[in-house]
Every structure is written in structure tokens, then in C-alpha cells.
Design a protein around this ligand. Sequence first.
Ligand SMILES: N[C@@H](CCC(=O)N[C@@H](CS)C(=O)NCC(=O)O)C(=O)O
Length: 229
Amino acid sequence: LITLQQDRYSLNYKGIPYKTEWVEFPDIEALCIKIGAKHTRLKRDGSGRPLYTLPVIHDPRHGVIADSAAIAEYLDSAYPTHVLFPNGTKALQLAFESTLVANISGVWPVAVLANYSVLNSRSQEFYRRTREVENGKKLEELAPPGPVREKFWNELKGGLEVIDGWLKKEDGYVMGETISYADFVVAARFIWMRTVFGEQSSEWKDLATWNGGRWERLLKSLEQYTTVV
Ligand SMILES: N[C@@H](CCC(=O)N[C@@H](CS)C(=O)NCC(=O)O)C(=O)O
């Protein structure tokens, strides 16, 4: 199951035809090894073993590539229209991605059970087992309703305020008028939140009001690229 959709948005943006194959969590490692996709980091279970992740693309013109940033860089070199990393912006865009991920990390413990509930039973078993080992806690104990959950939610809100402060007051993209990889990084996280919490949830309704509603408007303005093909 691909939860980080930003590469699909890149493909849509560039108008490259493709087909999506959905992969369940327990099948990712074996599939990556079989097709020769590289691991993207090490497992966080203390084993030091490689961790294979999605998204991965297979382009018959080139081969198999893992990791969103590497995929975007490859797509720019092979398909140079609608550039994702305009000249000289890759390092800044990747720094933006790291900071965004750090600034919104409070959402993770809050969303973990909602994320778990959208998976099928095989992926649920894998997700619960691996995430509980990584965190040393039951999923239910990560952000129980009450002050702990509120603290994480407020951390998310504060983190997004920082990002909002970096962007233009009137709507616009990370690079101003130009769409780039960084906007798909933001959109992918918001679409993930909307998907796991649900559009009618109190969480999404709250998020949609933050920072003058800019996040929902961003999704609307990128909608044509964020549809699933
Ligand atoms: N840096 C990678 C991160 C991708 C990633 O973390 N993917 C997760 C799903 S959102 C994954 O495949 N996890 C596999 C696992 O937990 O075993 C990228 O941007 O492509």
C-alpha cells in the first residue's frame, strides 16, 4: 500500500503514463529484493537491517528506483518538462521536506490508530508489530485521548504555523508561482491525514481551519495532480 503519494503526483504533473500496483506492508521487502529496488534506510528495531520502502517506480526505459527524492530527480532528468527541482533548488527543497516532516511529527502518534484502521488485516498485523517494537508501546498507548493527545495535536498546529509563516500570506506554492516537488510533499501529508482521519472527522475539520484554510485550498489547487491513476 503506497501511503506516500508524492511520486504519483509528480508523474501526473509531468503527464507521464503509468500504472499503480498496490503492495501490502508485509510484501514490500520481498518485492523490492525481487525487482532490485534499493533499501532507503535502516530498520528502527535495533537490528540494523536494511528497510525497504515504497514508493518505488519501474520505468522500462531505465529500471527500478526507490525513494521519493531519487525518483523525482530521475524523472526530471528523463522527462524534463514540468521540472520538480528547478536548477539549484534541490538541496533547499529537500531541507524543506526534512523540516516539514519534523514539524508535523506530532500528528503521527495521534493518527497511528486511524492509519491502522484503514489497512487490511495482513497489513494491520505487520504495522502493529513493527510500530510497537519501534516505539516500545502499544499503538493504543501512543496518544490516549486526553492531555497527551492534546499536546501532540498542539505540536502539529505549532509546527504548521512555522511553515505557514515561511509561505506567502496570499496563497501560493513553496517556490511562489511555480509548482515544485516540495508542494507535492506537503500535499501528500495532508491527503494522508484526510484519508486516515476521514473528511468528516473532527480532526480534519480542525486542520482545515488552520492557517486561514490554506492547506485545504492547496489540495484543491493541486487536485488535478493528486488523483489516483
Ligand atoms: N524516504 C522514503 C520514505 C518512504 C517510506 O517511509 N515509506 C513507507 C510507507 S509511507 C514504507 O514503505 N514503509 C515500509 C515499512 O514500514 O516496512 C521516500 O520518500 O520514498
